[in-house]
Write a protein that binds this ligand. Structure first.
Ligand code: GLA
Length: 392
């Protein structure tokens, strides 16, 4: 149950003034994994779990941050004049980075603030808790300082915080899904051109389950940057003969014809995933639009296999969840979602099989891995925004 955030704000910051309330969701990705930084397509959706931020302006230049999720770090303080990344500031570097980058882009942030955060997305579970805190900071700055900022620019600044302030070379998918999310819709995004379209997700008698492996992963410390570098090397090899801007420019057939140009065998595997996954994502949208949910599910399964065998970002926990899910009655498709290396999987499950699904998957998971998985039903909600009275 959500704590009383207004009460918490007033007692933590010793304030009688009512704060304003903002929210940014987390996201799942239905298909199109590790394609964003390869100039391909992704198909994410924002979910109803996310990060709340209650904030008010101060009369001085102090910034005070508090998270109910990290109460042990207490109030973290700094000054608007020094927004450099500071290890001591721990999780508060995410909002600090956003304040810094928005300020440096010419948006006047004229005073300090008190900000209380509360997130109900599991941290480090591949549901983009970090992009969620960046984007909730973006919308709160927009609201408190009355900034006239294009949503796309806010999204791009969020990605820059991740890349140039936190140090993870991630693509644009997470901030985009969170910044532009729409209730009951997924977003097909072309990460090369940033063209996008919404696709209604109506699964009738099915639901999307999120299954947390409860294996923690930290993106910065993971092999994420290494995968990206391997794809860049594969692209550079292909560009010796081909005029392409990204791996997302290739069809599967073109890849097969030219893959010999990629010198390193591992890099060739990585590139194969990026190319095939991009094509799968385009096909998945078509299948969904034609109401072929089963075909969509098969593409999800193929996506997982490719992430397991060619991209090698799954691990025993995610593989156990996906493989066990595939064997259950009423399951249309299942795959890891997000960066991988632990974190969450998703599955499309028939509504009246959900209890059975949870029991069976959890029993097998527990016996193989030694601890339990956690199950959530995903509702697809709107993107980052201010919450008005009554919604909280
Ligand atoms: C993380 C990154 C995204 C994307 C996914 C993998 O979530 O932040 O940009 O690359 O991994 O698809």
């Amino acid at each position: 149950m959500k704590p009383d955030l207004h009460y918490e704000f007033q007692s933590i910051f010793n304030s009688t003034e009512a704060p304003r309330t903002f929210f940014a969701p987390g996201r799942i990705n239905l298909i199109g994994e590790h394609t964003d930084y390869n100039g391909g397509h992704v198909f994410p959706a924002s979910i109803s779990f996310g990060t709340y931020a209650l904030a008010r302006k101060r009369d001085d230049q102090r910034l005070r941050f508090y998270s109910l999720n990290f109460a042990h770090t207490g109030i973290i303080e700094c000054d608007l004049s020094d927004l450099s990344n500071n290890e001591v500031h721990d999780w508060a570097n995410f909002p600090k980075g956003m304040i810094k980058f928005m300020g440096e882009s010419g948006y006047a942030i004229s005073s300090g603030m008190d900000i209380l955060f509360y997130g109900n997305i599991p941290n480090g579970a591949g549901l983009s808790s970090s992009a969620s805190i960046e984007m909730v900071t973006g919308v709160l700055l927009e609201g408190l300082f009355d900034l006239d900022i294009e949503r796309l620019q806010m999204i791009q600044l969020g990605q820059q915080v991740e890349n140039n302030y936190i140090g993870v070379n991630s693509g644009i998918m997470d901030q985009f899904a969170i910044g532009k999310g729409k209730k009951d819709h997924a977003i097909l995004l072309n990460c090369q051109t940033l063209d996008y379209q919404y696709a209604p997700i109506q699964l009738n008698d099915h639901v999307i389950m999120i299954i947390n492996t409860n294996k923690q992963r930290t993106l910065a410390g993971s092999k994420y940057n290494e995968r990206r570098a391997q794809c860049e090397q594969a692209l550079a090899d292909l560009q010796q003969e081909l005029t392409i801007e990204s791996l997302g420019d290739l069809t599967n057939e073109q890849f097969e014809q030219h893959k010999h140009l990629i010198q390193d065998k591992t890099n060739r595997q990585r590139a194969k995933h990026a190319v095939y996954e991009n094509q799968r994502t385009l096909e998945a949208l078509q299948q969904l639009q034609q109401g072929h949910v089963e075909a969509f599910g098969r593409l999800m399964n193929e996506s997982h296999q490719s992430l397991q065998l060619d991209y090698e970002v799954t691990g025993i926990e995610l593989d156990t969840i996906a493989q066990t899910a595939w064997e259950q009655p009423g399951v249309i498709g299942a795959r890891m979602t997000g960066a991988g290396f632990g974190g969450c999987a998703i599955a499309i499950v028939e509504k009246n099989q959900v209890d059975n699904f949870k029991d069976n998957v959890n029993r097998i998971y527990h016996s193989k891995i030694g601890y339990e998985a956690t199950f959530y039903t995903a509702a697809i909600g709107d993107g980052a925004r201010e919450l008005t009275e009554g919604v909280l």
